[in-house]
Design a binder for this molecule. Structure first.
Ligand code: AMP
Ligand code: GLY
Length: 423
């Protein structure tokens, strides 16, 4: 099979690495890709916003499957346009991608289908939103409705913070994404990421993980796209997985199908686990980044076979098997992140990683034969082990041989699981 992978981050490098291991693969192309992905795929200069050009490329190269990594092209309808041109796609339609593209859409779905989630209201103007915040009090959570590159959520511990967040949304701080806001109840508990492959009818559980969103050790400092992750998530017991499927995923699949927008692709549920059980915080319509990196290290089965089954609506015949090991990834970021990261600094020692450790490229470029930093999150140093503790030790050993003075990472990725393992 010829496959085109869309995306350029660590998530897509991990997908490329796993797709490249498939005996079914003839040729892998990637756009826009990165220097790590280039080891597994032929990089093509395609503008992924130009859907007509992507379709023409697929026809020209006889692409059998397009795998879309990030959410933005899905929300923009790339999947629909490729399918209309007769090209098979792993990834939802634009309508189904509203599960990530509109927080209000997802909250209304939860209300209609009785899916456990934080209590909420939707607002289209600042005055009503401010009045609601004042009535409910803090802590409270303010969210821009649309895609805001992970920056649209404010978990406000004080009333002033919440009111400022409302104003920021309606003053255009998040562009069109903030024209509407969702204000919701503040939930406490332990967060977990839960993944399912979905083909419109069937949902197949596809692994659990936990990530670390804050930039600083001890989960402090500003939010980021994720500074590290590990899988499986110990909090997701078989019983909680079963409840999540029954109370959250299955009603979502049923609801989406009833509304004429069946969901096909990977559904990533961000969960809060508390005394009531699993609560849905949000959906994403793509793999997590960096959660995907740890899932791919643990997946025993052929990823291409599974993604094909999703595209063909044949998932009910499939299962997914996982290595009986933990995987952990440490994000190395460029100094300045999540503010303005330094760019162009040289990274050395990438070829010295110990056996069994994978260094996925997230934000790198090649300049004069050197790998340089080209983004905020730059590398994902990923290892497996019998326990999270062992995977963590191996990942940091590999981090320590990377020669990149302008990079930094958290030294405590996996702390919660490591503490559990020491009990
Ligand atoms: P999101 O962008 O929706 O993933 O939200 C970012 C982070 O905000 C989540 O990972 C949670 O840590 C936090 N968050 C979102 N909604 C809530 C909520 N209702 N209660 C508490 N924390 C929340
Ligand atoms: N790591 C969180 C995300 O991909 O949204």
């Amino acid at each position: 099979m010829n496959v085109l992978l869309i995306g350029s981050g660590g998530r897509e490098h991990a997908l490329a690495w796993k797709l490249a291991a498939s005996p079914m693969l003839t040729k892998l192309y990637a756009a826009p890709g990165n220097p790590g992905i280039a080891r597994e795929a032929e990089i093509v200069a395609l503008d992924v916003n130009d859907h007509v050009a992507v379709a023409a490329f697929c026809k020209d190269k006889a692409i059998d499957l397009v795998v879309v990594g990030p959410e933005a092209p899905l929300v923009a309808g790339l999947g629909d346009e490729l399918r209309a041109a007769g090209i098979r796609v792993f990834g939802p339609s634009a309508k189904a991608a509203q599960l990530e593209g509109s927080k209000g859409f997802t909250k209304d779905l939860c209300r209609k289908y009785n899916i456990p989630t934080a209590a909420y209201e939707r607002f289209g103007n600042a005055a009503d939103a401010r009045a609601y915040v004042e009535k409910m009090g803090a802590p409270i959570v303010v969210k821009a409705d649309g895609l805001a590159a992970g920056k649209g959520v404010t978990v406000a511990m004080t009333l002033d913070e919440a009111l400022d967040a409302v104003d920021a949304c309606f003053e255009g701080g998040f562009g069109a994404a903030g024209a509407e806001v969702v204000i919701e109840e503040f939930l406490t508990g332990e967060e977990a990421s839960f993944f399912c492959l979905c083909d419109g009818k069937t949902a197949l559980p596809f692994g659990t993980a936990q990530d670390h969103k804050r930039v600083g050790e001890g989960d402090t400092g500003p939010n980021t796209g994720g500074m590290g992750a590990y899988s499986p998530a110990p909090v997701m017991t078989p019983e909680l997985i079963e409840r999540t499927m029954r109370e959250i995923i299955e009603p979502t699949m049923r609801g989406m199908a009833e509304m004429g927008m069946p969901f096909s692709g990977v559904l990533f549920a961000g969960l809060m686990i508390n005394e009531k059980g699993p609560q849905l915080i949000e959906y994403n319509v793509r793999f997590g980044d960096p959660e995907c990196q740890v899932l791919m290290m643990r997946l025993k089965d052929d990823l291409l076979v599974l993604l094909n089954a999703v595209a063909d609506g044949q998932l009910s015949h499939m299962s997914a098997r996982w290595r009986d090991e933990a995987a952990l990834t440490v994000v190395m970021a460029s100094k300045g992140y999540p503010g303005t990261p330094m760019k162009g600094t040289i990274i050395r020692g990438l070829d010295k990683a110990p056996e069994g450790v994978e260094i996925f490229h997230a934000g790198t470029a090649e300049e004069d034969g050197e790998i340089v930093a080209a983004g905020g999150r730059v590398l994902n140093v990923t290892a497996t082990g019998r326990t999270v503790t062992e995977a963590q030790r191996k990942a940091y050993e590999a981090v320590d041989v990377i020669d990149w003075p302008e990079g930094f990472c958290r030294r405590d990725i996996g702390w919660r699981a490591v503490e559990r393992e020491q009990e």
